[in-house]
Design a protein around this ligand. Structure first.
Ligand SMILES: [Zn+2]
Length: 553
């Protein structure tokens, strides 16, 4: 190897501004222990093979950067001395001691063969300290450096293999490098340097887990669709008829009415029940991902598309695809969806040929699609395609008679889930639930009941304060709109009247006490207090403003 003084002169310690330079490249003097700790954590977190490839690529980047320097530093030297800049910088950087054993290069044919001996590899030190002796080579970052440097130096892909490694008990490490085409497994070697599809695989797995989890939580046999009200039964009847056909179904209804449950039930009742059920929430997917998610991607379709992936349409082949919140689908995806529905085939992004798919589509929306069409946010032709068989699922407040059976069903489910025995609901609780407007519909009811099951003691009834914590309990006696005392449903007003008569309390005193108590319980909120007393806010204000009198006028 030539002398390395010229290389040493390239290093500048610029301590006053916190930087180190190697001929214009910023360098770091970093503890081998720090890098070793990082390496250990990577192996423990993402596994040995993923770490190996990650470090190969990191080393590759460093080697490539040093290759830019070589010809600048020794412009007139013989080829090997110019090339030696890389191994010598690698030594100077403290990575490893390099001893060249063979160096063949033919500029005309591109032939290259390089064999180098490595001693004192920092990676052997770090790896053996953490994991003990190995059966496979471990000098990944070093190997990446050699590949990156040589590829950059010769301007063609050159890859190294570590044919011996000190971590495996050999006296030293040895690497052998050839151009990609000269290795029988050159493509495999090259694949190690491609960005990792691991994150994509994780994403895939996550989706599968979600699908499985929702399948486990909700039996799809329709037993979760509870309700005898005419409005609800009408919707169920429509669903039952649709299940016998292949018709595209559009489910409409407010948020939380149970559109996905309807879609799953439709699938379970149909001849496709043994096929997949794939759900997509169009509002939850980022706009720029929705097309690749739905229709799939071919390898290399865009930067970062390292592997081909089927879209949800393909995954739903033979089954049902549920597109929730379809009103939020961006217009370009709408155009593509329309084409899929017309042709019955999907084309992955970057693909040259479409693929036949057999999918029943169920779409759902809680926005008025006609209105979205009028505003230019939704395609009219797509709406026509989807709106063949609309089913409107009624909101909970339009089927109050279903609240009680639904609540009982949910109490059983959540009690079993939380290992509790519940007797049921108190009258007060049931009464409050019937008069509530349920903006979040069945989903809100589910949340409320689950909370109630958790808060109430085992073996008791779920009461009002378990369902609506933080809401003060309703007063037991209310003043009717006619100004008379009225019994609040579910309570006994007799003892209050007894007490009043016995103590000779005036009506005005009682009224005033009652009004003040209500206002206090609602923390001064007159509207809430008035509602609790069954009167208007104006009435309450008026009565509170009356001077206290000892006796009624
Ligand atoms: Zn090694």
């Amino acid at each position: 190897m030539p002398g390395a003084d010229d290389l040493r002169r390239l290093i500048h310690f610029s301590a006053h501004d916190g930087r180190i330079w190697l001929a214009g490249q910023r360098m770091l003097l970093i503890h081998a222990a720090a890098l070793g700790a990082l390496r250990r954590e990577l192996i423990q977190t993402i596994g040995r093979d993923a770490t190996r490839r990650l470090l190969l690529r990191a080393g590759y980047a460093a080697g490539l950067a040093d290759a830019q320097l070589a010809r600048q530093v020794r412009p007139k030297a013989p080829l090997f001395e110019v090339f030696a800049v890389g191994p010598q910088l690698h030594m100077l950087e403290g990575a490893v001691q390099v001893t060249p054993e063979r160096f063949e290069y033919d500029a005309d044919t591109g032939h290259y063969l390089g064999v180098y001996r490595w001693d004192h590899s920092w990676e052997v030190d770090a790896h053996v300290r953490d994991f003990g002796p190995q059966s496979e080579p471990v000098c990944w970052m070093l190997l990446g450096y050699a590949s990156g440097y040589t590829s950059g130096f010769f301007g063609q892909p050159v890859y190294y293999k570590e044919v011996a490694c000190a971590a495996c008990g050999q006296g030293h490490c040895r690497i052998e490098g050839r151009p990609q085409h000269a290795w029988p497994d050159g493509e495999l070697l090259a694949a190690d340097y491609e960005a990792d599809p691991m994150l994509l695989r994780l994403e895939d797995l996550q989706q599968q887990v979600e699908t499985l989890r929702s399948t486990l939580n909700t039996p799809d046999d329709g037993s979760t669709l509870v309700g005898d009200s005419a409005a609800f039964q009408r919707a169920l009847e429509l669903l039952r008829k649709a299940a016998q056909t292949q018709v595209t179904v559009l489910l409409t209804g407010e948020t939380g009415v149970g559109k996905e449950r309807f879609a799953r039930t439709l699938h379970a009742w149909s001849q496709r029940a043994s096929g997949p059920f794939v759900a997509v929430n169009c509002a939850a997917l980022p706009t720029d991902l929705i097309e690749s998610e739905l229709f799939g991607v071919e390898r290399g379709a865009y930067t970062g598309a390292h592997t081909a992936r089927p879209g949800r349409f393909e995954r739903a082949h033979g089954g049902t695809l549920f597109l929730d919140e379809i009103g939020d689908m961006p217009l370009p995806a709408q155009a593509k969806l329309l084409r899929v529905l017309q042709e019955g085939e999907v084309e992955r992004l970057g693909a040259s040929h479409p693929k036949k798919v057999d999918v029943r589509l169920v779409a759902a929306t809680n926005v008025d699609l006609e209105e979205a069409v009028a505003q230019g946010r939704f395609r009219r032709d797509l709406l026509y395609r989807l709106n063949v068989y609309p089913i409107r699922i009624p909101p909970l407040r339009e089927r109050t008679e279903d609240i009680e059976p639904l609540a009982r069903h949910l109490i059983r489910r959540f009690a079993a889930q939380h290992g509790k025995h519940m007797i049921g609901l108190s009258d007060r609780a049931l009464d409050a639930m019937r008069s509530y407007t349920w903006p979040g519909n069945v989903r809100e009811l589910e949340n409320l009941i689950e909370r109630g099951v958790i808060l109430a003691a085992s073996g008791t009834r779920i009461d009002l304060e378990h369902l609506f914590p933080g809401r003060p309990p309703e007063p037991e006696v209310v003043l009717g709109n006619d100004g008379r005392l009225a019994k609040h449903p579910g309570t006994d007003v007799g003892h209050v009247l007894d007490d009043m008569v016995r103590r000779g309390m005036s009506l005005a005193q009682l009224e005033r006490g009652l009004l003040q108590e209500a206002v206090q319980r609602h923390a001064g909120n007159l509207t809430a207090a008035a509602r609790a007393l069954g009167m208007t806010r104006a009435q309450l204000r008026y009565r509170l403003a009356q001077p206290t009198q000892e006796s009624a006028p």
